[in-house]
Write a protein that binds this ligand. Structure first.
Ligand SMILES: O=C1C[C@@](O)(C(=O)O)C[C@@H](O)[C@@H]1O
Length: 759
């Protein structure tokens, strides 16, 4: 199962090694060989980890003890209240402890940092700032509003700060990443348009130096106060699931943050770490001890070292440029260098610098390097790690020459770097989607300036090999398959697929291999095969296409362009995982048991794979036989094959009773599903000792006619949190788009664009 990331005590969990954009071949899941297939080495970057094992202590304000139970619920732990840190002992392991703010002040400084992690939870409705002493002393600070309350925000905050989720490795393994530099004086203005603004972005930068805090007399404070900034971070995080980048750009580097007092930077940047901001921009000019300290105390946040040269005399081939790179690398998870150039050829000098640094310092962090102004725009199309982008809806561009995602893609396509492809949605007659997919994909492509075409086609119902007609084309750009198809029958029946890679077949991700079915076919070209900042020596072995034959199959002619490889993947398990962890931290699931309902092992496979990623310890199954590859090295599997077995599962102690029920049965089985939900709902809440609501996920198509009532309504009535196929479908679409076109489209945009209300 997922590797356990052990974190050291104190605010400074051990530094996970920077991936440097390289793909790591290790997967902790079942790894029995499938020799006929070449496997893609994909790491569970965003797969849940156990994270920080310390006791979580929530400091709460007067009358705000409700927030302690919400934290406990989200973490899936029982809670206890104490009147000081000195009362917390190892006997409290496994609990979430609440301490009232007044009492916490007495001994927070003397707390045992190896034992507890202190989180100051402050409701901004009660006024800002929070108690200054507590803010300084705590490990992390959670700012929230009571009405509306955003549980997703709390779940993400606590999962991130405790190291249960972290998207950095996944992002660095993407062929290209972008961040949008917001330039609003007050982010409230951005909130209504945030979904559209962030299409194509992998992270959102908050330019703290550009925020304008009104002083009340018609002017603005020279530096926005931490109170103002904290509220802005909170507002942004409540409305976007994307990682944030916290930037205090100085006056010399095109920003407004004064340079007179470097300690001010430490104060703001450290507070951003405490707020659980994912990326912290640390300027290179800051004194080394400040950069070093920030790096050491960064917890799970990642440091983006930043260097800008506006002099016009900076030269990429100079020894100074290399020195800047080396110095930046010392305390960084990403190195960013940005300069004004005078001539177009200097863009090529930057490219040479990029590859030289990669070759000379293969272990240094991923490098983001671009040039400014119009002359430098070419470099913005070539940079692959966190390219800064703008959007027409922003008040100003954050730097001269910034381009939007759409402009970058348009430029790439004009330069022949992003050839027009056809992407297919391959369905079969029985699986026509209730939501028209073509207009949605077209909308995304339009918004992103992608030249591709999208079309939905129907394959023959009993002939999986018929998909090859769309895939074996020169301009094939990838496909999603709904319903998914078994990869083994694809290889068995399709001469084209079997012949790829010299007869070894297409690449197969670990998820697709274990789940057994494929719902996404990704096209990899030689350039997209090598990660953005991986060692220069990595070179993909070009597959030999053309006239390969495999035993028992006639020869197949591949029409794919040379140096092209196909990857069979499965995105749906990620959709399930994301839906299950939207409002709960992964730890709420660790070690618990689950019920999975499906009418076949194929339908259940992605559910089991997702439950396994959540470290579920036991799965009771209904209606299917678990495929052996999934049963191996995973949670214990117990089929409900009699009333007695069901009764037994009901009677186990509360903590062992099923906590999550996932049904992949069709809408015609709603009666049965509702009945089972009632059976397990009757055992009450998550356990006698904690108050986490149980979870029910119904994967039945909500638009189809049901037989019997809606089991989600039943579930909610008896105290479950219920999620539907619409939730998983939107998360799966996010993943599918990421896989097919390499671009991030926010979940909220997907829900909005598919005509559904948000959350
Ligand atoms: O560092 C950068 C890059 C940038 O300066 C640009 O050139 O696009 C824009 C800034 O907002 C960001 O912090």
């Amino acid at each position: 199962m997922a590797t356990v990331q052990q974190l050291s005590a104190g605010p400074t969990p051990a530094r996970p090694r920077s991936t440097n954009g390289t793909r790591d071949g290790d997967m902790d899941v079942d790894s029995s060989p499938s020799p006929e297939l070449s496997r893609t080495a994909s790491k569970f970057g965003s797969e849940p980890q156990r994270g920080d094992p310390r006791i979580v202590v929530i400091i709460y304000g007067d009358g705000q003890d409700g927030i302690v139970s919400t934290f406990a619920e989200v973490l899936g732990k029982p809670l206890g209240l104490k009147s000081g840190f000195s009362e917390v002992s190892t006997a409290d392991k496994g609990l979430v402890i609440g301490i009232q703010a007044g009492a916490a002040k007495n001994d927070i400084a003397a707390r045992n940092k190896d034992l507890v992690v202190a989180i100051n939870a402050h409701c901004v409705d009660l006024g800002m700032p929070p108690d200054v002493y507590l803010s300084e002393q705590c490990d992390y600070e959670f700012l929230y509003t009571k009405a509306p309350f955003f549980r997703r925000d709390l779940s993400r905050f606590i999962s991130f700060t405790l190291g249960q989720i972290n998207h950095h490795e996944t992002l660095m393994a993407k062929p290209r990443t972008y961040f949008i530099s917001t330039t609003f004086p007050d982010v409230s203005a951005a909130l209504p348009n945030l979904d559209i603004l962030t299409v194509g972005a992998d992270a959102v930068e908050l330019r703290v130096d550009l925020l304008k805090e009104p002083t009340g007399d018609g002017t603005y404070s020279a530096v926005p106060s931490l109170s103002y900034v904290g509220r802005q971070v909170m507002l942004l995080r409540q409305r976007t699931e994307l990682p944030l980048i916290f930037t205090t750009r100085c006056t010399r580097e095109n920003g407004r943050f004064p340079m007179g007092d470097p300690d001010l930077y430490y104060e703001y940047l450290y507070r951003a770490i405490q707020w659980g901001v994912e990326y912290i921009d640390v300027e290179l000019w800051l004194p080394e001890e400040i950069r070093k300290r920030l790096f050491e105390v960064r917890g799970n946040s990642r440091i983006m070292s930043a260097f800008h040269d506006f002099s016009g005399t900076f030269r990429w081939p100079s020894p100074e440029a290399q020195q800047v790179y080396v110095e930046s690398s010392k305390y960084a998870d990403i190195v960013k260098m940005i300069a004004i150039i005078n001539d177009h050829h200097e863009n090529f000098e930057l490219e040479y610098f990029r590859s030289k640094m990669r070759a000379e310092y293969p272990d240094s962090p991923p490098f983001s390097g671009v040039n400014m102004e119009e002359t430098g725009q070419f470099s913005r199309t070539l940079n692959k790690v966190f390219t800064p982008i703008t959007h027409p809806l922003l008040p100003i561009v954050a730097a001269p020459g910034q381009m939007s995602a759409s402009e970058i893609n348009t430029a790439l396509s004009l330069l022949g770097q992003l050839p027009k492809k056809t992407i297919w949605g391959i369905t079969s007659p029985l699986f026509r989607s209730s939501i028209p997919q073509a207009p949605f994909f077209e909308k995304c492509f339009n918004e992103l300036g992608l030249p591709h075409q999208f079309a939905v086609v129907e394959r023959q119902p009993n002939n999986v090999a018929s998909v090859e007609a769309w895939c074996n084309q020169k301009n094939f750009g990838g496909a999603y398959l709904s319903p998914p198809v078994s990869w083994s029958s694809l290889l068995k029946h399709s001469a084209f697929f079997a012949s790829l890679n010299n007869g070894r077949g297409p690449e197969l991700t670990e998820a697709a291999r274990v789940i057994g079915t494929v719902d996404t076919i990704v096209v990899r070209t030689a350039s997209s095969l090598s990660p953005p900042s991986g060692p220069a020596s990595i070179s993909p072995s070009p597959p030999n296409h053309g006239t390969n034959t495999t035993a028992g199959l006639s020869s197949a002619i591949s029409n794919l362009p040379p140096n092209t490889s196909l990857v069979l993947d499965n995105a749906s398990w990620k959709g399930i995982l994301s839906a299950l962890t939207r409002d709960l931290a992964p730890s709420a699931y660790f070690g618990r048991s689950a019920v999975a309902l499906a009418s076949s092992g194929d339908d259940a496979a992605s559910v089991i794979f997702a439950l396994r990623a959540l470290n579920i310890s036991k799965i009771y199954t209904v209606g299917f036989k678990t495929p052996p590859v999934l049963a191996k090295n995973g949670p214990a599997i117990e089929p409900f094959n009699s009333l007695e077995s069901l009764q037994r599962a009901r009677m186990v102690g509360d903590d062992a009773a099923p906590f999550v029920i996932v049904s992949a049965l069709g809408p015609e089985k709603s009666n049965l599903v509702g009945m089972l939900v009632r059976v397990f709902g009757a055992t009450g809440r998550g356990s006698s000792s904690n108050n986490t609501r149980k979870v029910f996920l119904d994967l039945a198509d909500t638009a189809s006619a049901r037989k019997g009532g809606d089991p989600s309504i039943v579930a909610e009535q008896i105290g479950f949190s219920a999620y539907s196929s619409a939730d998983t479908a939107a998360f799966t679409t996010v993943e599918t788009l990421r896989l097919l076109v390499g671009q991030n489209v926010p979940y909220s945009f997907v829900r909005l664009a598919s005509g559904r209300s948000l959350f």
